[in-house]
Design a binder for this molecule. Sequence first.
Ligand SMILES: C[S@@+](CC[C@H](N)C(=O)[O-])C[C@H]1O[C@@H](n2cnc3c(N)ncnc32)[C@H](O)[C@@H]1O
Length: 283
Amino acid sequence: MNALHPLTSQQDSALTLRTRIARAFGRSASSYDNHAGLQRQVADSLLAMLPAHEHATQVLDLGCGTGYCSARLRQRFPESVVVALDLALPMLTVANRQLNFDGAAATPVRMLCADAQALPLKSNSMDLLFSSLALQWCNEPATAFAEINRVLKPGAVALLSTLGPATLQELREAWAAVDANRHSNEFLPAAQLQQAAEAAGLKMQLTTKISVRYYDSLLALAHELKGLGANVVAHDKAEAMTTPSAFKAAAAAFARGRQSDGIPVHWEIFSLFLRKKTGINPA
Ligand SMILES: C[S@@+](CC[C@H](N)C(=O)[O-])C[C@H]1O[C@@H](n2cnc3c(N)ncnc32)[C@H](O)[C@@H]1O
């Protein structure tokens, strides 16, 4: 921190949140793949949206996690340089082991530990940007879109998936019956994402899909979120302790939704197809 320009409390809490997110994903790097059923489905659908004739020599996988999408991007664009970028270094360690393990790949995937909201990449350098389920972790989506627009070449494409507001609504409802604290993140509506992307100079098409997954209990859902590293909640007030009795009450409220397949939980998946406008070259 620069003593002459101390961080404002807003900047400070954004940094703290980023550190908490990086730590949670870092801690889950070795368990992530065991819990990533939904993440795989979402990634595969997004990969299927890659334009058939898209040519790319520089490809960025933003928020690559353990490298599932980076591997497929390298297969799809064997001649290109694929950069796998993530905020959590342990995720990159796992990705590097899985992608570049024998050193035999003609083109190793390059690893880059960085924040999607401050990309250490040249302007107008990427032919394709791919990002599955990382955008919802950016507390400044407008900045993330501005960075995406900056690093894309004019006319180049970005494909992103992220979560919509209906995601985890059952979890929020269960906790709302117990206390007024925030126990799950809120996700931005499509219109707000659209506005942020357009303001950054990107043309955007958004499609929505609801996926319903069934859980045995609130504990099973909490276990999955923790195994993924997706258990950080952005608080606007001091973090509240969750007591065992509060958790028990929330679990009982959650279980009231039980159906024959288990307790349903909604995941709202947004797929974003973005194109940088030609003729705009931010430095
Ligand atoms: C749910 S995982 C998705 C990983 C991978 N794309 C996949 O589909 O399996 C989200 C990833 O985004 C990373 N992430 C979160 N915030 C980020 C940020 N601000 N910049 C870069 N990566 C970030 C996390 O560390 C994590 O690896």
